[in-house]
Ligand binder design. Structure first.
Ligand SMILES: [Zn+2]
Ligand SMILES: [Zn+2]
Length: 422
């Protein structure tokens, strides 16, 4: 078996005093902190080159760390070695009669799998084996692509995380967790990726992410990460909010239109794009402004009601043309009037699929979100759309995919996959 040093665990009886030394005196940087509920411990990770120091603080008197402190006082607690396959490592140790504390791996911090070797077998050292969680690359770069006469620019308004079970409906976790590994709260990482469409006359933006009005509690629930957001992305693309003249909503859920409005200096809600007209589907608007128990948490009036008050809202019907070559197409399913946006020029087609294909992992027809109000409608639309997209080589934009912005849907030997382009 091959192992590399991952971290050294240190039991701290006075966390602030320990941090004052390791952080302030030694100059190490606290990367993150995480509570491991099962072990009744909070871990603080300090980066030290290739490895980390892990300061361990007991969160309850019956925590194993509290017991350790009582017996031996603060100091070095364990050494953690990183392995690729913890199951194989444990089998290897068992075959050699090595005494283990954990016969099988269990969940540790940061989605890792861990198991401890008994110090009696390791010459007085408590050894942790750790198999890190597979990493999802959070892709935030601005991506450009020409499509006929259009320039398409995919942007990023940061990241959020939603319950993996809700994102995959009836699909069992073992099938999706390898593609989008969940965190300790079962949430999977998702992006918000608005799309700019330019034709020389107009600069259209489709959806605008979560925006920055979310309260602290919701931001925590949705693990909102806006260290990089739409303003950064627009600047990177050489644009500003004032350059946008048309804003289009796929539908009116908060993770798509939170960025449609903003608070001005006086605390009033105003359109976030000052020179734009906003387009929404009329029936979707009716649903959003008359919510019921099932959709109320997703339709936040502050994101769209101010647009009507400001007189910048245009409501349209099915198949409405946004600008020549860009049109709504009703997919339904997710909400009864959820729209995908078709972009067509010189025989080429791109599609902004919004919550119809939230991520590239959702391209199999029956991989539907638990959030969909009418899943059978989504299924019906996906079935015919996929055939059309494969035959027509549509460039598909995935609004919520954490690591891919766009790709082509392909099928080989009956298996469907996405060829990543951006
Ligand atoms: Zn939605
Ligand atoms: Zn969404």
């Amino acid at each position: 078996m091959k192992a590399v040093l991952d971290h050294v665990g240190i039991a701290a009886s006075d966390l602030q005093a320990s941090l004052a030394f390791f952080k302030d005196v030694l100059g190490l940087h606290v990367e993150s902190s995480e509570e491991v509920v099962s072990q009744r411990v909070r871990a603080h990770f300090l980066s030290a080159g290739q490895s980390t120091l892990e300061l361990l603080e007991a969160t309850s008197p019956d925590s194993p760390i509290a017991k350790y402190l009582e017996k031996r006082g603060p100091g070095m607690h364990h050494v953690a070695l990183r392995v690729d396959d913890i199951g194989a490592a444990l089998a290897h140790l068992k075959a050699r009669g090595i005494r283990l504390i954990d016969e099988t791996a269990r969940p540790g911090a940061e989605g890792a799998l861990v198991a401890f070797i008994h110090p009696a077998a390791a010459h007085g050292v408590l050894v942790e084996l750790k198999q890190p969680a597979p990493k999802v690359e959070l892709f935030k770069t601005v991506g450009r692509r020409a499509l006929g006469d259009f320039e398409l620019i995919t942007l990023c308004d940061g990241f959020l995380a939603l319950d993996g079970g809700a994102m995959f409906g009836v699909v069992p976790r073992p099938l999706w967790e390898k593609r989008l590994p969940p965190d300790d709260s079962n949430r999977i990482p998702l992006s918000s990726r608005p799309l700019i469409v330019r034709d020389g006359r107009h600069t259209v933006i489709i959806d605008a992410g979560c925006g920055d009005k979310m309260d602290a509690k919701s931001a925590q629930i949705y693990k909102l990460d806006r260290r990089y957001h739409l303003d950064h992305a627009l600047a990177e693309a050489g644009l500003s909010a004032g350059d946008i003249d048309i804003v289009v909503a796929s539908h009116l859920h908060f993770d798509h239109v939170g960025g449609f409005t903003a608070l001005d200096k006086s605390g009033a809600l105003v359109p976030r794009f000052p020179n734009a007209k906003y387009i929404a589907h009329r029936a979707e608007w009716e649903d959003a402004t008359h919510p019921h128990e099932r959709n109320r948490a997703s339709y936040l009036q502050e994101n769209f009601a101010p647009l009507q008050d400001a007189g910048v809202l245009t409501l349209v019907g099915d198949e409405a043309e946004i600008i020549p070559g860009v049109r709504y197409r009703r997919s339904g399913g997710h909400t009864p009037n959820h729209q995908v946006v078709m972009i067509e020029s010189r025989g080429q087609t791109a599609v902004f699929t919004a919550d119809m294909y939230p991520t590239s992992v959702h391209v199999p027809d029956p991989w539907l979100m638990g959030y969909d109000l009418h899943p059978m409608d989504t299924l019906g639309f996906k079935r015919s759309f996929a055939r059309e997209a494969i035959a027509g080589e549509y460039l598909i934009f995935f609004e919520h995919d954490p690591s891919m912005a766009a790709g082509y849907l392909r099928e080989k030997d009956g298996k469907r996959y996405v060829e990543r382009i951006i």
